[in-house]
Design a protein around this ligand. Structure first.
Ligand SMILES: [Zn+2]
Length: 225
């Protein structure tokens, strides 16, 4: 790896981050194109205005370690507290923001790891998270599709407390339409007796696998050994 360091100005206050250029280029086609297309890109600071500094710290940590910060739940379960910064309580918001960053700056490996984390969290995302995702991402992205699918699978009316009920009016049309259409499809299959009533979601449906073979390998890796 070359030792070239580039400067990124992050967030509205343009906080300076110094990063190895080759790492950015390795993980992100966006940065690869940016550094290939302009010769002076290394000398100028690159603006990353639309990202929270806390989100960028999570990205930096991931860039150098390929690991995400652990949630409080994970620390409680394992009893191990590493040096890594801890996500205080899992609302899904921090990870949704990281996913949105990984979409804007095209970091597919990070998208996949964040998706795995959200998938494995086994909580329904709060409406604020759904609203954010549908505002910032194309509705075809795996995260948006997953939110539709998981609401179809798991939502019960009693899940909503008073404050969540108040948020319902903000739910995006595309999300509600997605739930309606998926529900109709499931009901159709149930009527045709193609599917049992508790259906499973598959992580690989949200991984952007390019070939069936790659999907099969990924899925085999997840089987308990
Ligand atoms: Zn997969």
């Amino acid at each position: 790896m070359s030792q070239t360091i580039v400067t990124l100005n992050v967030g509205p206050n343009e906080l300076c981050f110094h990063v190895h250029r080759d790492l950015l280029m390795y993980y992100s086609p966006y940065f690869k194109a940016a550094f290939n297309s302009s010769f002076n890109a290394e000398e100028r600071a690159i603006p990353i205005p639309d990202v929270k500094v806390s989100t960028f710290y999570m990205f930096m940590d991931w860039l150098y370690t390929e690991r995400l910060p652990r949630t409080k739940k994970e620390v409680d379960e394992t009893g191990v507290l590493g040096g890594r910064e801890l996500v205080s309580s899992y609302t899904g918001l921090e990870f949704a923001e990281l996913y949105i960053f990984a979409d804007m700056y095209d970091v597919p490996g990070l998208r996949r790891q964040v998706m795995d984390r959200i998938f494995a969290a086994s909580v329904l995302p709060k409406y604020a998270v759904v609203v954010l995702a549908f505002a910032k991402l194309p509705t075809t992205t795996p995260l948006c599709r997953f939110f539709v699918d998981v609401y179809c699978q798991r939502f019960r009316e009693s899940d909503d407390d008073e404050s969540e009920r108040k948020q319902r009016e903000k739910l995006p049309h595309e999300f509600l339409l997605g739930v309606m259409l998926r529900h109709a499809k499931i009901m159709g299959r149930l009527r045709a007796k193609e599917m049992i009533s508790s259906y499973k979601l598959h992580m690989c449906d949200y991984h952007e696998h390019e070939t069936e073979e790659e999907r099969q390998l990924c899925s085999n890796d997840r089987q308990p050994k």
